[in-house]
Design a protein around this ligand. Structure first.
Ligand SMILES: NC(=O)C1=CN([C@@H]2O[C@H](COP(=O)(O)OP(=O)(O)OC[C@H]3O[C@@H](n4cnc5c(N)ncnc54)[C@H](OP(=O)(O)O)[C@@H]3O)[C@@H](O)[C@H]2O)C=CC1
Ligand SMILES: CC(=O)[C@@H](O)[C@H](O)COP(=O)(O)O
Ligand SMILES: [Mn+2]
Length: 379
């Protein structure tokens, strides 16, 4: 039986992970859960799965939860509690499903503790890819991608040699506004932006899909996970989100991974790898789908994707600045403070104002991340 901790269990990935776990209680046992502020859902999850430890964002929330969780469940809080939950002795695999770069210290703590990582939190690899991958290598820890595109590529690369990869192609749905021109983006509402055509996800990643920042973060994530160059990574628009990504090999053979857009499939793959399990998901019928469509990426329409490639190539502190500025810009858009197109303005200004430095430790990342957040909050 595999013992699982989920960081961010109350979110979109977290709840879908628990759905998989509930479907196969003979395969999995939940030992740790964390949330930021959704105390009610965390209590409900603790009652159902009876983990040894749960964590909330603050002491007040933890005190409130303590009265309602099962007797064997310890309640901790804050950054320290998160790190304790991420590294607790019992877990075999830690699913990182917190949103944003705030998930980084806990992910590193889990790696230090020798846990296999089921990686959903792409922002940690964007911010600190070389540190995370180096630490995982030193500790002999596997990082199993949950992000659908990276799970697809991981599956396509099964048994293949890295030297045989010619190109990795990430597919992008195009997001909520894929058929609109830039002029038609003036004044779009938060609700329109949150209306993703294919996937039901948390608010932040849904906005990132609409700006194509999600694909930019995924390009950097792919570079670190699969040890390829940026020239070997391509992005195309595939409106149906059926082909989750594909790899072209040196002999020009291509392998793609397909399925209906349902995150429970890549989640189960990370949880059961190298095995698979019967999931409670629908089957794909290519006959019913009939046709699949593909079009070239338009980097003028989606300038933040180009900027993500540029920041990835620059390396050092550039991706961390891109990411932190974007997190703040998205949060300002969601709260109604800025317009949709201002997200681009904020991220572009932060990146152009920043002098790229080398990044070798968490302290340096925290400083750069903090600077970008302060800058992006006011520009
Ligand atoms: N959703 C999806 O389909 C996919 C998501 N991903 C990635 O997975 C990650 C999670 O995404 P998603 O599930 O959509 O996000 P959600 O917003 O749905 O969930 C985020 C989770 O993080 C917790 N959280 C938020 N703020 C804090 C905080 N300050 N301290 C501690 N915990 C916090 C939330 O707790 P609370 O509920 O209490 O706020 C919640 O459990 C992201 O990095 C995303 O890019 C990747 C591929 C697909
Ligand atoms: C489900 C998943 O992995 C998301 O990252 C998804 O890819 C978002 O869709 P876009 O292709 O619109 O960014
Ligand atoms: Mn994805």
């Amino acid at each position: 039986m595999k013992k699982i901790s989920i960081l961010g269990s109350t979110g979109s990935i977290g709840t879908q992970t628990l759905d998989i776990v509930a479907h196969a209680p003979e395969l999995f046992k939940v030992v740790g859960l964390t949330a930021g502020s959704n105390v009610d859902l965390l209590i409900e999850q603790a009652r159902q799965f009876k983990p040894a430890i749960v964590c909330l964002g603050t002491k007040e929330l933890a005190d409130a939860a303590r009265l309602h969780v099962p007797p064997g469940t310890r309640v901790v809080y804050g950054e320290e509690g998160l790190i304790e939950t991420a590294s607790q002795a019992d877990a075999d695999i830690v699913v990182t499903a917190i949103v944003g770069s705030r998930g980084l210290p806990a992910t590193l703590a889990a790696i230090n503790a020798g846990k296999t990582i089921g990686l959903a939190n792409k922002e940690t690899l964007v911010t600190a890819g070389h540190i995370v991958m180096e630490r995982a290598k030193q500790r002999g820890v596997a990082i199993l991608p949950i992000d659908s595109e990276h799970s697809a590529i991981f599956q396509c690369l099964n048994g293949e040699k890295r030297e045989s990869i010619k190109q990795i192609t990430l597919t992008a749905s195009g997001g909520s506004f894929r058929d609109r021109t830039r002029e038609q983006l003036e004044g779009v509402s938060v609700n329109e932006a949150l209306n993703h055509p294919n996937w039901s996800m948390g608010a932040k990643i849904t906005i990132d899909s609409a700006t194509m920042v999600n694909k930019g973060l995924e390009v950097i994530e792919a570079k670190w996970l699969f040890d390829v160059t940026y020239d070997q990574i391509d992005v195309i628009i595939h409106p149906e989100s059926i082909i989750h990504s594909y790899v072209e090999f040196s002999d020009h053979s291509m392998i793609a991974q397909m399925g209906l857009p349902d995150m429970r499939v890549p989640i189960q793959y990370a949880l059961t790898y190298p095995d698979r399990m019967a999931t409670p998901t629908n089957r794909l019928s290519l006959v019913e789908v009939g046709k699949l469509h593909f079009r070239e990426m338009d980097f003028v329409r989606f300038p933040l994707l180009r900027l993500a490639f540029d920041c990835g190539r620059l390396g050092g502190s550039a991706p961390a600045v891109f990411n932190a500025a974007n997190e703040v810009a998205v949060s300002r858009f969601l709260s109604g403070e800025i317009n949709f197109l201002d997200i681009e303005r904020v991220v572009e200004s932060a990146v152009s104002r920043h002098d790229v430095t080398e990044i070798n430790d968490l302290q340096a990342i925290a400083e750069v991340d903090g600077w970008a957040r302060r800058f992006a909050a006011t520009v």
